[in-house]
Design a protein around this ligand. Structure first.
Ligand SMILES: Nc1nc2c(c(=O)[nH]1)N[C@H]1C(S)=C(S)[C@@H](COP(=O)(O)O)O[C@H]1N2
Ligand SMILES: [Mo]
Length: 203
């Protein structure tokens, strides 16, 4: 085989570290970050809805959610306050499966996640589809602790953890982006930890 001189083999992409830039491994601890008091509404009366720009707005009861095909996330989570927690296991249902029932309008491009407490956070619809977002009720095989958003929280682990609204009650689909609680207070609208999108104006 002829050798082509001066032709360098392309280097493989440098291996991406486990931790996004500026993050540290919090180990077995799991900090609690809540802007509001932990609500104590019993799970039997908990409902979760998808509404806004959808063909079929839908509300699920606690039992109906549990009857759906389950889905588990195994991997890392990253808080904007710089801790990351590695190898977490959360279970619940995939947001894709819920959206399949509600049928987003073609004009829907953003989502506002609502907590029962009034906390909100905004996300591009594309970030909660494609198997990258869950509505979860269990952590490490046990019911999700109340201080961590139990009975029900959103989980969008590829974005900073403030996007994972605790005590989730509703996903509202919208045409235009509308800043949520932290986003109105200076946090980034998307929040990709690998791009360090911490604050409004970052990239
Ligand atoms: N309802 C609600 N959800 C929330 C928050 C909050 O204050 N209220 N904080 C967010 C932030 S900033 C982070 S880092 C994570 C913290 O989740 P944890 O307390 O389970 O670690 O929840 C997010 N979801
Ligand atoms: Mo956070």
């Amino acid at each position: 085989m002829p050798v082509t001189r001066g032709f360098h083999r392309r280097r493989p992409e440098p291996e991406r570290g486990r931790l996004p830039p500026g993050q540290y491994d919090t180990g077995s601890s799991w900090p609690v970050l809540s802007a509001e008091a932990t609500p104590h509404q019993p799970e039997e009366s908990w409902t979760f809805s998808i509404d806004g720009l959808v063909e079929s707005p839908h509300t699920w009861t606690w039992q109906e959610l549990h009857a759906l095909p389950g889905s588990t996330y195994f991997g890392d989570i990253h808080c904007v306050t710089t801790w990351s927690k590695l190898d977490t296991t959360f279970s619940g249902v995939s947001v894709d499966d819920l959206l399949a029932v509600a049928e987003p309008d073609t004009s829907a491009a953003y989502v506002l996640a609502h907590s029962v407490t009034g906390y909100t956070t905004n996300l591009p619809l594309a970030d909660v589809t494609g198997g990258r977002a869950w509505v979860v009720w269990s952590f490490d095989g046990k019911p999700l602790p109340r201080q961590h958003g139990g009975p029900l929280r959103l989980l969008v682990p590829h974005l900073y953890f403030w996007k994972s609204a605790k005590w989730l009650s509703r996903l509202e689909l919208m045409t235009e982006d509308r800043p949520g609680f932290w986003e109105q207070n200076g946090y980034h609208d998307r929040g990709d930890p690998w791009r360090e999108q911490r604050y409004q104006g970052d990239d």
